[in-house]
Design a binder for this molecule. Sequence first.
Ligand code: IMP
Length: 183
Amino acid sequence: MSRPYVIDELISAKSIAARIEALAREIKTKFRGTDKLVVVGLLRGSFVFIADLVRELDLPVEVDFLEASSYGNSTESSREVRILKDLRGEIGGRDVLVVEDIVDTGHTLKHVISLLNSREPARLACCALLDKPSRREVDVKADWIGFEIPDEFVVGYGIDFAQRNRNLPFIGTVRFTDTQDET
Ligand code: IMP
């Protein structure tokens, strides 16, 4: 049985929208003049973010998706990242923007960047909505970050806890309400 929990709002829907407008302005500046920007959403957590972000980008865009899954265990610092769903389109010689929900340990983003770079895009940049720098295990950095957050488990705005809460319009932290201490 799952433990009872409540969600405390961390970042409001209004703050997210304002931040996305600002991110889009910077991204447009970098990619102004591009033929067609391939915006790659990492499934599943980025699906709400990418939907709002592309609507703020008045550039010619193509949207594609990649699904990666990372397997780790507490005894090993290295994690294996597997590609569960690859891109439909080619990115060789194209401008690419990778859109991620959260950079946590960094293994997923590092693996995806290296995979996509091996396909020789013209330019590749990455935008992550959230960053938890205190959790980083590998050296990787997104070009744009929406919000830096502490080491808390978050949900909402596309991000889940055991496949729940993706449809919340804001980002919140999970707080367990039973007597156990650990989250
Ligand atoms: P990384 O490889 O450890 O950086 O993993 C990043 C992925 O872990 C994100 O794309 C999320 O899917 C997931 N993740 C990391 N932190 C959280 C969280 O607080 N809530 C929900 N999912 C998370």
